[in-house]
Ligand binder design. Sequence first.
Ligand code: DO4
Ligand code: MG
Length: 284
Amino acid sequence: MKLCRFELAGQAHVGLTLDDQTLLDLTAAGIERLTPLLESDHLPKRLAVLAKSGLPSHKIGDVRLLAPVERQEVWAAGVTYLRSKNARMEESDFSATAYDKVYDAPRPEIFFKSLAEKVVATGDPVGIRRDSKWNVPEPELALVISSRGEIVGYTAGNDMSSRDIEGENLLYLPQAKVYDRSCAIAPWIVVGVTEAQVRKWTIGVEISRKGKTVFEGATSVGQIKRSFTELADWLCTSQLFPHGAVLLTGTGVVPGDDFTLHAHDTVRITVSGIGTLENPVTVV
Ligand code: DO4
Ligand code: MG
């Protein structure tokens, strides 16, 4: 079962798909916003009942899909895959041991990534900073977390990053990570799956330039070092999220050191159990 937000006659609606072809319009049943729905006690059961209630439907190809966030803050965990730790140790001189230490430490790296209103939807451009020369997408599984701190669904995101800015000095991390159009989130929130099922999914990225693939890579979600509940619990320690939150879980796919994104490239991130997030690249 996948939830989404979509646009109909200029209004945001909440949708549900069971077959990846048609969207049931939950807003026709009075569900105007995703956030209260995500707070439901037995969400998969509630969705199963709604799916059988004769709601109007639309072909997915006929509607504009929106990012599945309303007022949720987006946060991101880092250095949760060995590939990310190694790539970052290589790009940085004096901060290298910080990555090594955080990979093994009980407390994970977690940083603020985006306000909901700044999240880029599929089809819209993601940004590379005009003061950076080395930029990459980071394809990441994302946890959708309720105001109670529970994982209620899964989506996919792109934690766009400026590797030269981060590599110059770790104190520049917020500038390497947070700028206009630096966070995109896939339209779908998958509900009713277990962590064990999600760990079997694959996550991949394909970058194309002028119609040709210039980078392709993939990993298994199971390569992530920490459990999802561990990451969600750290995020929600000493911090309440009244509207819930989205937590990107870190990247396990990093292009080689000679690769940087260009304006007009297209980034396609696919998580096997979720779907695809596709964005062109622009300079901001
Ligand atoms: O330590 C910097 C950021 C790490 C990150 O974003 C990742 O591993 O995905
Ligand atoms: Mg990342």
